[in-house]
Design a protein around this ligand. Structure first.
Ligand SMILES: *Cc1c(COP(=O)(O)O)cnc(C)c1O
Length: 387
């Protein structure tokens, strides 16, 4: 029966993934060994980035990126009002303040014109989020960043494998850094895991030091004379944000399947789109930018719950009874008590509020069958009285 349950997202682990982890377990390192560097090289190659630095999760990747960007107290960071908490919290980790920006009510992507209205004398960075796997208007973000000398950190936790014009998300052609997450619901998994990609070697170096307590060992970079080969220096404050060889062995094995996973996600999305075209009161989230290809981390639809005389909670409960688990991505961050206490006001974000009002994430993972999509569409149509 458990096999009949459709979560909104799920990892796909084969026997060769298991074998890769077992092999790493028999190796000499377990934690930081050669497999971490191999995973970083494979990721950098896949997205077309010069460097990749892997860390223990996507949230740590965001924290590291904010630190490497030199953000700190007194600085403001533009963050979309509709995203996962971590996209905003990372600014707080370094003592900076997220300044929320409204999103397009249909795509949920950052509204670059509204971002421009929130730029002030303290604005130092912007964290655009490729929500659902759809690239934001990166040309617009780049132009804004150039006009105000902002660091651009792309939150691509949803967008591994997405394309924007002639580039892959993560190549950092229009940004300073891009972060990824390898949580099991994302495109490939290392259980917990994350990474930052960049085209700038000096940022990659800062990220590596930050991930390992701020420790520096390279003789040429030491500030004091080295008394012997054991010597290391802490030159800044860092953390233990290391990822392990075990995790990276899984990551390498998973990355080899990413193209296949992405192709299947796109097939499933096309099937959903086609079937929902005939269902009243359901509209797939809008494509954000032309010339872009979604990585379909999530498949989200806008539902007219009120128009159907029901509520989102009732529809979700009905779907759950049929073994279909759905989710809401996301509650607008300025509506969270923590940020309200810091002065956030959700009434200033009508786009985020409108997007949130009717959004529902449906099952989307590469192991799904076509028949699973059909089952979800039928069940949602029935829940909205449109079946
Ligand atoms: C998953 C996610 C993160 C954080 O990743 P973790 O690996 O879970 O820490 C950050 N931003 C967004 C948009 C995410 O979906």
């Amino acid at each position: 029966m458990a096999d009949d349950i459709l979560p909104y997202g799920r990892q796909w682990i084969d026997e060769d993934d298991v074998a890769a982890v077992v092999e790493a377990l028999r190796g000499a390192y377990l934690t930081t060994g050669p497999t971490v560097a191999r995973f970083e090289a494979a990721l950098a190659e896949f997205v077309g980035a010069r460097r990749a630095v892997a860390v223990c999760n996507g949230t740590a990747a965001l924290h590291a990126a904010c630190a490497a960007a030199g953000l700190g107290p007194g600085d403001e960071v533009l963050v979309p009002a509709l995203t996962f908490l971590a996209s905003a919290n990372c600014a707080r980790y370094v003592g900076a303040e997220p300044v929320f920006v409204d999103v397009d009510p249909r795509s949920g992507l950052i509204d670059v014109a509204d971002a421009a209205r929130h730029v002030g004398p303290r604005t130092r960075a912007i964290i655009p989020v490729h929500l659902n796997g759809r690239p934001v208007d990166l040309d617009g973000v780049r132009a804004l960043a150039d006009a105000h000398d902002l660091t651009v950190i792309e939150d691509a936790a949803h967008a591994l494998g997405a394309r924007y014009q002639d580039t892959r998300i993560g190549d950092c052609a229009r940004s300073d850094m891009t972060i990824f997450s390898f949580h099991p619901v994302k495109h490939v998994t290392t259980a917990e895991g994350g990474a930052i990609t960049t085209a700038k070697p000096e940022l990659a170096e800062a990220l590596e030091v930050f991930r390992n307590h701020g420790m520096v060992r390279e003789p040429a970079k030491l500030r004091q004379p080295a008394p012997g080969p054991w010597y290391y220096e802490q030159q800044s404050l860092g953390y233990n944000y290391r990822i392990t060889d075990l995790q990276c062995a899984l990551g390498i094995s998973q990355l080899a399947k990413l193209d296949r996973f992405l192709a299947r996600r796109r097939e499933l999305a096309a099937r959903y789109d086609r079937l929902f075209a005939a269902v009243e009161g359901v509209e797939p989230v809008a494509v954000g930018t032309p010339d872009s290809v979604s990585a379909y981390h999530l498949y989200a639809v806008h539902c007219d719950f009120a128009g159907a005389g029901t509520t989102r909670a009732a529809v979700m409960a009905g779907l759950r009874e049929r073994g279909i688990l759905t989710q809401v991505h996301y509650i607008p961050v300025p509506a969270q008590p923590y940020y309200i206490e810091r002065g956030a006001d959700i009434s200033r974000y009508p786009g985020a509020a409108a997007y949130y009002a009717g959004i529902l994430s449906l099952p989307m993972f590469p192991a799904m069958a076509d028949a699973d999509v059909d089952r979800v569409v039928e069940a949602l149509a029935a829940g909205l009285g449109a079946g």
